[in-house]
Design a binder for this molecule. Structure first.
Ligand code: PAJ
Length: 290
């Protein structure tokens, strides 16, 4: 597995592979890798002969400096996992190259995708994501890139941006991986002690309660959202950032839900921010909670 730390070396690596007629699939990450990330690597492997993974904790997408400094870094373990997956190259850029002194260029997606949910709670977050992903695409020059459905708003924004800017990258979406107890895997889960984790399970549990009500005929969006709030708010230390029903693909907030809708939420569990969503009418979640 090649480790590349400069833009020039990654670009040269990619160009040599493409000159040899090899397809490249790319998985951008911020490290602290778990099985969810590895499932994206496997999806990339199905798509292309060569797989590149980047590990970079992108400072411009953190609206809160404490969140950035608390972000877990586990590089040696990450590299061992990627090596085992047969990844061809890992790109480990430096901030001095990604954001050189005087950096002042950003990519911003506007409109319904960025006027609600995580965009409200985390001002500038998606601008940072869109900017770093655009830059990574121009460095790695992949044929395809794989993103997790777990970060649904993120992948919709990236798909939109890639299409709008005619970037020559196929955006692939991979399903959310969950731990056996039902919690969506996330690098932030490392910060949950057992008590916090039990509280965090109210998120997938509440989503499933709402999904069940939807399947039984409830369509009023606020009522479905309320079912989720009711599960979340009984736990001291759980703060709800948002719980919102949006309709795909337009990302509007309907008064009445239908089977094109998702219920998405972000919560703080004793200060740790977690997100999750469920497709209403879709597959049920099994959650280990009373
Ligand atoms: P990070 O949070 O490290 O996630 C990297 C990729 O893994 C994202 O596409 C995310 O959706 C996916 N992922 C995370 N948890 C997952 C799970 N449980 N199941 C499936 N996929 C999962 O998202 C980012 O990094 C950054 O914003 C990035 C795109 C790298 C830009 O900096």
């Amino acid at each position: 597995m090649d480790q590349l730390t400069s833009i020039a070396s990654q670009r040269a690596w990619s160009r040599a592979r493409r000159a040899a007629g090899e397809r490249i699939s790319f998985v951008p990450t911020m490290g602290a890798l778990h099985e969810g990330h590895l499932s994206l690597v496997r999806r990339a492997r199905q798509d292309a002969k060569r797989v590149v993974v980047s590990i970079y904790v992108n400072p411009t997408q953190f609206d809160n400096p404490e969140d950035l400094s608390a972000y877990p870094v586990t590089l040696a373990a990450d590299l061992a996992l990627l090596e085992k997956e047969g990844v061809d190259a890992v790109f480990l850029p430096t901030t001095s190259e990604m954001y050189p002194n005087g950096y002042c260029t950003f990519v911003e997606v506007v409109g319904p995708l960025t006027d609600k949910m995580c965009a409200i709670a985390r001002p500038g977050h998606f601008r940072g994501v869109a900017t770093v992903v655009t830059k990574l695409f121009t460095i790695v020059e992949p044929d395809s890139a794989v993103f997790g459905q777990k970060d649904l708003q993120q992948v919709l924004i990236i798909s939109r941006m890639t299409g709008d800017l005619a970037l020559p990258v196929e955006v692939l979406v991979s399903p959310t991986l969950r731990d056996p107890d039902g919690l969506a895997m996330s690098s932030r889960n490392r910060r949950l002690n057992p008590e916090m984790r039990a509280k965090a399970l109210s998120l997938p549990f509440g989503l499933e309660q709402a999904n069940r009500a939807f399947k039984q005929g409830e369509r009023t969006a606020v009522k479905l959202e309320e079912l989720l709030y009711n599960e979340l708010l009984v736990h001291p230390g759980v703060d709800v950032d948002y719980a919102t029903i949006v309709e795909l693909p337009g990302f509007n907030e309907p008064e009445f839900a239908n089977d094109q809708c998702i219920l998405a939420a972000a919560v703080f569990v004793d200060g740790v921010r977690l997100i999750d969503h469920i497709h209403l009418g879709g597959q049920s979640l099994t959650v280990a909670q009373a």
